[in-house]
Each structure stands twice: as structure tokens, then as C-alpha cells.
Design a binder for this molecule. Sequence first.
Ligand SMILES: Cc1cc2nc3c(=O)[nH]c(=O)nc-3n(C[C@H](O)[C@H](O)[C@H](O)COP(=O)(O)OP(=O)(O)OC[C@H]3O[C@@H](n4cnc5c(N)ncnc54)[C@H](O)[C@@H]3O)c2cc1C
Length: 435
Amino acid sequence: MKQKPDAIIIGAGLIGCAIAYELSKRGYKTLNIDKLPAAGFGSTSNSCAIVRFHYSTLDGARMAFENYFYWKDWQNYIGPVDDRGYAKFVECGFVIFRNNDPSEQNFINLFQQIGIAYEEWDLETLRQKFPIGDLHTFSPPRPIDDETFWADPTIPLTGGIYNPQGGYVNDPQLATYNLMQAAQNHGGEFLFNAEVVEVRKGNGRVTGITLSDGSQIDAPVVVNAAGPHSFLINRLAGVEEGMKVKTRALRREVHHVASPKKFNFNEQGFVFSDADCGIYFRPETGNNILVGSADPACDPKEWVNNPDVYQTELTDQLWKTQVYRLARRIPELEIPSKPSGIVSMYDVTNDWIPIYDQSDLPGFYLAIGTSGNQFKNAAGVGHLMASLIDAVEQGQNHDEDPVQVQMPYTGVVLNAGFYSRLRAHNTQSSHTVMG
Ligand SMILES: Cc1cc2nc3c(=O)[nH]c(=O)nc-3n(C[C@H](O)[C@H](O)[C@H](O)COP(=O)(O)OP(=O)(O)OC[C@H]3O[C@@H](n4cnc5c(N)ncnc54)[C@H](O)[C@@H]3O)c2cc1C
């Protein structure tokens, strides 16, 4: 770097790149450091990149809806890019299966309060829109070796909630690369294949970082955007003890299966939230379906103590669990002879709501704990974090007087204190990937 950076961002995933872009637009000289060879090669690369608005909390749903407009405006928001082009937002619509769970009314209340478009579909409409679905309830989700797993269902679902503005982003890594280029266009710099092994301090604040090759880079601001490695960076900075809400890494698998041939999932499919079966699923290129876990209570959690050493092969048990659950919902699904999919990690907080905050070490900031549900929010998070960093560096005591951030598209003012590391455990959260 020609000049000492104003802010070092540890991580060049989607979150780190979004913060770089928003800080560099505000005049900060930013430097992202990542131990991997390119932007978005970490957990972001495996994201399902679903854009949806049904969060359990008002703040969560507002942030998600704000970010819908970033995705709609993506090319304009990002500005010029090279010939790799832009990530694409596929606005195919989002369907929540209904089985009379109390959360459904909460979602509808939040949609009405915020002004998010939705339709309530009766069972007949759901059948017309999704003719390959078995529209009975399978709740509660159960392990595949449970003797009732294949029992004939008898009670129908009660319908669906449809958000026409939901969808997914087709290429999460390209979206990250877009943000990196946007930051570079504003002077942001990036250092790859470089591992941060020390967060240095002096005179009661952060002073910079040290890399594994021994080189030191100084900066008055350092941001932890290290994804599933965030707890390790917090320990390097000595800030974990002071956090009421902490982060840890959780292993995840997402599986790919072909849609039944008679249904064109790419053209006619939606993104589906199917807590009734314990899964979510969405269209994937080539008339495929991508299926992930909705964290049903019966499934054990695979916490990862060392995010550099964990089981990166698909497991037969988990693959069968998710694909068989999908086969209950789509009886004509052909079970493939070989598992296919990805293994990755979430960076999860105690209440599955992220931490976007300062820390007990002045100058050291946290954009962590994205809990498997913040891909959609990255650009808005970049704006929130840049506003927070700016305010705190200018003297605001965010812990006592939380920074209020006006969001550019909906104009809503978000209380950044919602994401505080010092918050009481948020009991409104679903405590799942839904947030
Ligand atoms: C399987 C899966 C499915 C998901 N699906 C969705 C979805 O459908 N919708 C949604 O909204 N969200 C989803 N998410 C969540 C979303 O993708 C994440 O919240 C987001 O990508 C996290 O980005 P990040 O930048 O925080 O982390 P990462 O992309 O992991 O970036 C962190 C970076 O930090 C670097 N790093 C770590 N330690 C160091 C160090 N010591 N020195 C230097 N660099 C370091 C890593 O190399 C990495 O590149 C999903 C996540 C996963 C894993």
C-alpha cells in the first residue's frame, strides 16, 4: 500500500467487501486482508444467496427489505465493472408453506407493518402453482430413521404465503467480486494469501495487525469480518470476554438434486421455506433444486472448534436426511445414486442475529455472527457499519447512545444497537437460520 490505511478489514468475503466499498465511498483508505487467494472464496462462495423478508424481528425484516432494493439496483449501486459482469438477482418469488404455526401470523404482521408485498394462498392456489408438491403436513420434522418418517400424511397444509419480490442471487462469488471492484474504484486495496495472526494494540486502542510472514501493517481502525473464523480474530484482539453475545462456527451441507422432468423448476419454481419438512429449497441452474436445512429441533448441531480443520466431505447421513425430506414434499423426486452438494460453515451467534458493533477495544469493530442469513443484507450492512465506524471515530459512544442509520432506499432509520454485542439474548429470534 502506498499510504498507511485508515481502516484494515480482516476478510474479503461479501461482508468485508461491502464494508470496504461503503467506507471507501466515505473517503477512508481501506485495505482488506484475506488468507485465501481471491474475494468471496470463503463461506460466501457456498451461499444459497436467497433473498427473503420473513425474519422473526421487525429490525431483521426491515434490513432484509431494504436490501431488496440494493439487489434491484445492483449495477447502478456497484458502478463500472470488468468483463466478468454483474451478479444477477433472480426475482422468482418466495413461498412459505403454512401449517398453522404461530410464526406465520408474526410474518404477516411484519409484512403489513413494513409494507412488504405478500399474498395469502389457499391450498388450491398452492396446488396450481406447485403441482409436483405433496401438500400435506409432515410436521414435526423428524430423523429419517424415525419409524414414522415414511408414514402416509393425512392432514393438509393450510396454504402458503407468497412474497413476489423474493428470489436469489445467481453467483455469490461474483457479487463479492463486484463489491471488491466497486471498493477499488474508490481507492480500496486488497491483499490476498495473507493471514492475520496478531491484532496489535497501544495506548488503549488498536494499532494494526501482524501477518503470518511477520510483516506489520498499522491502522487506526481494524474491522473483524472474518466469517466463521471471527471468534479466533476476537481472541487475537482480546475482546471476546467483553461480549455478551459470542460467535462460533457451525458446519453445514447444501445438496443438489434434479427436479422431476415434468416440472421446469427454473422457469416455474419458487424459493420455498418449508419448516414443515425441516428444509428450504430453491431453483438452481439446469433444472436442479438446491436444498438446505431449516434447523429443525431434532437435528444435532455440528459445531466446529477449529474452522481450519473440519469434515469437508458430504456425509451420507445428512445428504439422505435433506434429500429424503425433499422427497416427502416432492414425491416424484428421483433420489440420485451419488450425493452432490457443498460443505461449508455458518458463523453463528447465541441468538442467530448478527453482531454489527464496536468492541471493548477502541478502533476494533465487529461485523460477524451472520448466522447463515446475511448474504442478502451485505450491502446494507456495509452502509450500517460504515456509518457506525464514522460516528464512533468522531466520538459517539455507541454503547450508551446507539448509532441510528438512515437507509438509502426505503428511508427507514435502523437502530444499530439492535446488533450490539452487549444486547440481552433476543428471545424473539427463531434461533435458526431464519433469524
Ligand atoms: C451454505 C450456506 C448457505 C447460505 N445461504 C444463505 C442464503 O440463502 N441467504 C442469505 O442471506 N445468507 C446465506 N448464507 C449466509 C451468507 O452467505 C453469509 O452470512 C455471508 O456470506 C458471510 O460473509 P462473510 O464475509 O462474513 O464471511 P466469509 O465469506 O467466510 O469471509 C470471511 C473471510 O475472512 C477470511 N479470514 C478468516 N480469518 C482470516 C485471517 N486470520 N486472516 C486473513 N483472512 C481471514 C476468510 O478467508 C474469508 O474469506 C449462507 C451461508 C452458507 C455457508
